[in-house]
Design a protein around this ligand. Structure first.
Ligand code: SP5
Ligand code: ZN
Length: 342
């Protein structure tokens, strides 16, 4: 399996987040990718390749143009105000306030284009974000070109990013960009299977009114867990997209028995849909030792997850999302791919 990777993710480092009300080093850090590369290097599969540049047009098919432009200029605006430390949003709209206003100052813009303080920006963030999108799109090139599968080792992750809003460590929605690109290259039906611990609110929102992209999400119950305000079972799609969104929220403490029942249900849904290609939003923050998560999956379980996804027997693009137990992230990702390939 080809693994698409770029060292440009290293530019997105030294940033912070808010955890339990405190400013702490970001959990979404470069070591995550290093550990994944190490683990894959120890297995008999996987050829590393660099992404090809695809430009910004494929991003703007699922994102608002002004949002993509903002991401490109945010660091310049922030530092022009004399700040030489990471940019972190801290002002947001409440319901009833104006959504049509784009403030002229960077602090207001950061609020307009985000939904939490999870998207800290540094000098190299935008370059890393563009590289991650190119990594996803190069994965599409391979799978649309006939490869049975590929792994887009994206960092930063993407599934929390909406069309015009960043959040949850995500700036550009790499999986959504990939799914749209598959459509544009002739796949009639694309399924996104999001197995990250957190609900992929951005992916859901982007395709919510569309019948051509089925979005299935297995995640911690938003009544308990981030992103809190989306991801409930009664969200099934809207308009022409009614019936093409499936959420499987599970309680804190869910182990592989409970989790895999949801995976079976999601896979049955993808089979009934008749997907031509599957994009897997691969988060391994379902792991029992994950520092910000509350599920109980163990490393051998990821072999079974990979095998279940392989049983769908469709062209499959894995796109990296979350996973913050750095000591185990490599083994868990490599296990998923190995289970898929066996
Ligand atoms: C891609 C991805 O996995 N993004 C996750 C973003 C999660 N950000 C919020 C985490 C909130 C964790 N709350 C822990 C409370 C401990 N008392
Ligand atoms: Zn996650």
């Amino acid at each position: 399996m080809k693994i698409i990777h770029s060292p440009r993710h290293l530019g997105h480092s030294g940033h912070v987040e808010l955890m339990n009300g405190r400013v702490v080093p970001a959990f979404e850090k470069p070591e995550r990718v290093a550990m994944i590369l190490n683990a894959i290097g120890e297995r008999p599969f996987g050829t590393l390749i660099e992404p090809a540049a695809h430009g910004l047009d494929p991003l703007m098919k699922v994102h608002d143009e002004d949002y993509v432009r903002f991401l490109g200029e945010a660091w310049k605006l922030w530092t022009a105000d004399g700040r030489d430390f990471p940019a972190l949003p801290s002002f947001w709209r409440a319901p009833g306030m104006r959504t049509d206003i784009v403030p002229k100052t960077i602090d207001g813009k950061l609020g307009h284009y985000s939904f939490d303080a999870g998207c800290c920006m540094v000098a190299g963030t935008w370059d890393a974000v563009q590289a991650a999108a190119d990594i996803a799109l190069t994965g599409v090139d391979l799978v649309a070109g006939g490869e049975k599968s590929a792994f887009s080792l994206c960092r930063p992750p993407g599934h929390h990013a909406h069309a015009g809003t960043m959040g949850g460590y995500c700036f550009i929605n790499n999986a959504a960009v990939a799914a749209q690109s598959f459509r544009d290259r002739g796949a009639a039906r694309v399924a996104i299977l999001d197995v990250d611990y957190h609900h992929g609110n951005g992916t859901q929102a982007i395709f919510y009114d569309r019948p051509d992209v089925l979005v299935c999400n297995i995640h911690a119950d938003p009544l308990q867990e981030f992103p809190y305000f989306l991801g409930f079972a009664d969200e099934t799609g809207a308009g022409a997209g009614e019936g093409f969104n499936a959420n499987y929220p599970l309680p804190w403490g869910t182990d592989y028995t409970g989790w895999s029942a949801a995976l079976d249900a999601a896979c049955a849904r993808i089979e009934a849909f008749g997907a031509d290609v599957v994009v897997v939003s691969l988060g391994v923050d379902t792991y029992k030792e994950d520092p910000i998560s509350q599920f109980l999956l163990d490393s051998p379980d990821y072999l079974k997850i990979g095998a279940r996804i392989a049983a769908l027997a469709r062209p499959t693009l894995f796109v990296m999302e979350g996973g913050y137990a750095v000591e185990a992230i490599g083994v868990n990702v490599a296990n998923t791919l190995e289970g898929f390939l066996q």
